[in-house]
Design a protein around this ligand. Structure first.
Ligand code: SAM
Length: 275
């Protein structure tokens, strides 16, 4: 970006981003916008943020718009992130559903799944549970969604570099659930991969990708306004089966909506049951 971002350009870009994907930029994040969009401007021969906005206005959906959203989203993730949700899944939720649903299907949604570590971690916990309780929870499907095409591409491949593998995955699980790939990375095994289905989905859309027993929506609502967060959690409530559970990120909480969700303390960790 050759020129500095003007206050007008910044306001216009903030509003573009909020309308496109819900992300609410803070007051002084010009440096972030600049660093994340620098390459896109260069590749498109654009000099200013204003020129990019003009191009976005003319090009409509798809193409450049997706690339910009991709660049502005934070895709940080790791295996078994925060541990508690996965321990709660292992010790409370899966035993409860195995009892309650017996041989009926169990459906889990990882909303904002990034490069796949979250849904694949869920699948590993399910596989470990099945080994201790043969015959239980035979029909489990994890629907994993994200707005970003590029993270979904990585997730669908299920192949990770050593650096990514090292973040949160124990050597035992690495050995059990991955095989070394030809180019020095690690490929997730088919028994885990086949449990997960990836789909592109913008959480701003009203469409819900099915009905679920468990929804994990972690570390994405923090980027949205309070009203949008409420709206999404209200819609997720309608996508939950009776007595289904919502799992949020470690630093996130449900402010409001006491008529829709009941807080369940898991010592440590909190989840929410649909009312
Ligand atoms: C920080 S990652 C969280 C990944 C994972 N849930 C975790 O906790 O490790 C946030 C993800 O939210 C996605 N995201 C941002 N805005 C979104 C939207 N409007 N709809 C769907 N996904 C979105 C980003 O593409 C990114 O992959």
């Amino acid at each position: 970006m050759k020129a500095e971002i003007t206050p007008q350009e910044y306001v216009a870009f903030k509003s573009f981003l909020q309308d496109a994907c819900g992300i609410l930029l803070g007051e002084n994040k010009q440096y972030l916008v600049k660093s994340r969009l620098r390459r896109i401007l260069e590749e498109n021969n654009l000099n200013t943020l204003g020129e990019l906005l003009e191009r976005l206005r003319r090009s409509g959906r798809g193409g450049l718009r997706e690339v910009v959203i991709d660049a502005m989203t934070t895709n940080e993730t790791l295996w078994f992130r925060d541990n508690h949700p996965f321990r709660i899944l292992q010790e409370k939720l899966l035993p409860e559903f195995a009892e309650r649903k017996s041989n009926q299907p169990l459906r889990i949604w990882s909303a904002a799944c990034s490069t796949g570590q979250e849904p694949y971690s869920i699948a590993m916990i399910v596989e470990e549970f099945r080994r201790t309780k043969p015959g239980k929870l035979r029909d489990v499907k994890i629907t994993a969604t994200d707005i970003s095409k590029s993270v979904l591409e990585v997730a669908r491949k299920g192949e990770y570099e050593m650096l990514a593998i090292g973040r949160g995955l124990s050597p035992e699980r690495q050995k059990q659930f991955f095989t070394p790939s030809l180019n020095g990375g690690w490929q997730i095994k088919p028994q885990i991969k086949s449990m997960v289905e990836f789909k592109e989905l913008n959480l701003l859309e009203r469409y819900m990708p099915g009905r679920f027993d468990i929804v994990m929506c972690r570390n994405v609502l923090i980027y949205f306004s309070a009203d949008l967060k409420k709206d999404i959690l209200t819609r997720m409530n309608t996508a939950l089966n009776p007595d289904g559970y919502l799992v949020l990120g470690a630093s996130e909480s449900l402010n409001g909506l006491p008529h829709l969700y009941e807080m369940v303390q898991c010592h440590p960790g909190i989840i929410y049951r649909k009312k």
